[in-house]
Design a protein around this ligand. Sequence first.
Ligand code: THU
Length: 138
Amino acid sequence: MQKNKNTPSIDALVDAAKIAYNSAYAPYSQFQVGASLLTKDNQVFNGCNVENASYGLGVCAERNCIANAVVHGCQTFTHLVVYTEQEKLTPPCGACRQVIAEFMLPEAKITSVNHLNQRKEWSVAQLLPDAFLPRDLT
Ligand code: THU
């Protein structure tokens, strides 16, 4: 976690995601992923994917990153970065899109970046239009 008066740059978010990438536990897929989040008050959190011998229990980097921020009392995020070392830039999986939509506004940004510093950006709404949200429960 990092506290900042000024908004951290996208490069600071990429660095945080890269650090998490290096902690990824992905012995089954060999597909390491790091993620980072910017909170509405300019804090940065990160997370990595954590797999399990019971394969279905693996958790993606994005969801672990969100859980890390929530543990620290943050629930609103303006930017999510996903870092991999894949030539094809990695988008969040469907399950993560649903969890992202719970904590990020439709116009918030998601950036996928790789080791070649190639980048692709989406809004939350682009990745999950017409999301099922808390308001749909009322
Ligand atoms: N994975 C992530 O952590 N985030 C993504 O955006 C895509 C997939 C993980 C899940 C699993 O541990 C591995 O990558 C291969 O699917």
